[in-house]
Design a protein around this ligand. Structure first.
Ligand code: ZN
Length: 418
């Protein structure tokens, strides 16, 4: 094998890329880097990067450019080539496409795919160190890889059961609307915003025929989602996802606990207030997941704090409603609502009112027996992503990360068989 062919294999570039030379030079940190000079073959050159059409040349652009490629061992590698501009009939004057990199990127396609794969599988800080780049550069690579993958797959094909959720990020100031396929658990659509217009945009992407094929749509209590779903998906049963309903009860219990802490403080019982404050997770968690200490703290609440313990029991009964489902679930729900409204605990009375208001949609959930565990997983996953220390500079970057990790758009590692 000739030296040139060996380099082509090592760099993972296509056959029509001409390798002109290989140099070693000092990098910006004083370490050695490998610079490989390449050019597109005459047949592949002079194409528009947006539409792939052959176009007449325009000028030399900014001259020679470099693209960071996959490391060779521990040594950084750059591809260097001319980056002339072409004039496309449709896209105007634009830097010509190269087969080894995506338009507008300073990295090779293989480098970006490896980085995106890493970002989907390991901690952000690890990816930045390993790739010797910034988290910001990593999110930009993820965005380009995902944008390309989106064009290759139709994720909305064949969906019949979905959940539509609004998800807060940036400390609850901004929102995304996220659609999960309840059969596969995949995120099939996501966009910034939480409004009728956002949900309508989803149905536009879905198309009328596929909207008519929807059998179940799960969501939270947002009226603006309900209105659009009823209009656009006439054959779908609208359900309230159980985890949202249980979350309402958890919030109500937390409000009760907070109010009692305040009352104890105001009457000079600071020590009792502090104990109760420390019991937050004991009353919020699923009983099956309680630690020994939390079980103990729950037992002491039972003894000393009747209202909070009753609120806790109401919440747990509501969880049970969704476990047993069907007619029995409906019967238990009626019992929970009656219990909560007679509880003389204001927060629970409010909860009863809310449950009554959404009684029909909760009934649908119980009748269809639909489980929203996959949508709940998506929800938890997105909350964890949004909390990541490095953060996301734009909603698009967060959406790309969601689609990379939950939308089935994660690329293969370069050089591995599919
Ligand atoms: Zn073009």
């Amino acid at each position: 094998m000739s030296g040139v062919s060996v380099w082509r294999v090592l760099l993972g570039v296509e056959r029509h890329v001409v390798i002109e030379g290989v140099e070693v030079e000092a990098g910006d940190g004083g370490e050695v880097v490998v610079v490989v000079s390449v050019r597109s073959s005459r047949r592949q050159g002079s194409r528009c990067p947006r539409c792939g059409r052959r176009c007449p040349g325009y000028d030399r652009g900014d001259g020679r450019r470099r693209w960071r490629g996959l490391d060779l061992g521990s040594t950084r590698v750059f591809l260097e080539a001319e980056a002339p501009r072409v004039r496309c009939r449709e896209h105007g004057v634009i830097v010509a496409a190269v087969s080894w990199a995506r338009h507008g990127s300073a990295f090779t396609a293989a480098f970006e795919e490896q980085t995106a794969w890493l970002a989907a599988h390991t901690a952000a800080s690890v990816v930045a160190v390993l790739t010797r780049s910034s988290w910001r550069a990593v999110t930009a690579m993820v965005a380009r890889v995902v944008a390309e993958a989106r064009g290759r797959s139709d994720r909305l094909a064949g969906v019949v059961k979905i959940a539509i959720d609004e998800k807060a990020y940036r400390k609850g100031h901004r929102y995304l609307t996220v659609v999960t396929d309840l059969d596969t658990g995949r995120v099939v659509w996501a966009a910034e915003g939480r409004s009728k217009a956002t949900v309508e945009a989803f149905f536009t992407a879905l198309g009328t025929q596929r909207a008519a094929a929807l059998t179940h749509v799960g969501c939270d209590g947002a009226d603006w989602i309900h209105t659009v779903v009823k209009a656009k998906a006439p054959n779908a049963v609208l359900c309230l996802d159980s985890f949202h309903v249980v979350a309402w009860a958890s919030e109500a219990v937390d409000d009760v606990r907070r109010r009692i802490v305040q009352e104890l403080k105001a009457t000079g019982r600071g020590e009792d207030a502090a104990t109760l404050k420390g019991s937050r997770w004991a009353v919020l968690k699923n009983p099956a997941n309680l630690t020994d200490g939390q079980t103990e703290s729950l037992a002491s609440i039972k003894k000393t704090n009747g209202p909070l313990y009753r609120a806790y029991l109401i919440k747990e009964q509501l969880r049970e409603v969704f476990r047993i489902k069907g007619v029995r679930g409906r019967r238990l729900l009626a019992g929970v609502i009656a219990w909560a409204s007679r509880s003389r605990i204001p927060e629970m009375v409010d909860l009863a009112r809310k449950l009554r208001r959404f009684h029909d949609l909760i009934g649908n959930t119980l009748d269809t027996g639909i489980t929203s565990a996959l949508a709940e997983n998506t929800n938890t996953h997105i909350a964890a992503l949004a909390r990541r220390a490095y953060g996301f500079h734009t909603p698009e970057a967060l959406i790309a990360m969601i689609e990379l990790t939950r939308g089935g758009l994660c690329p293969q590692l370069p050089g591995r068989a599919a």
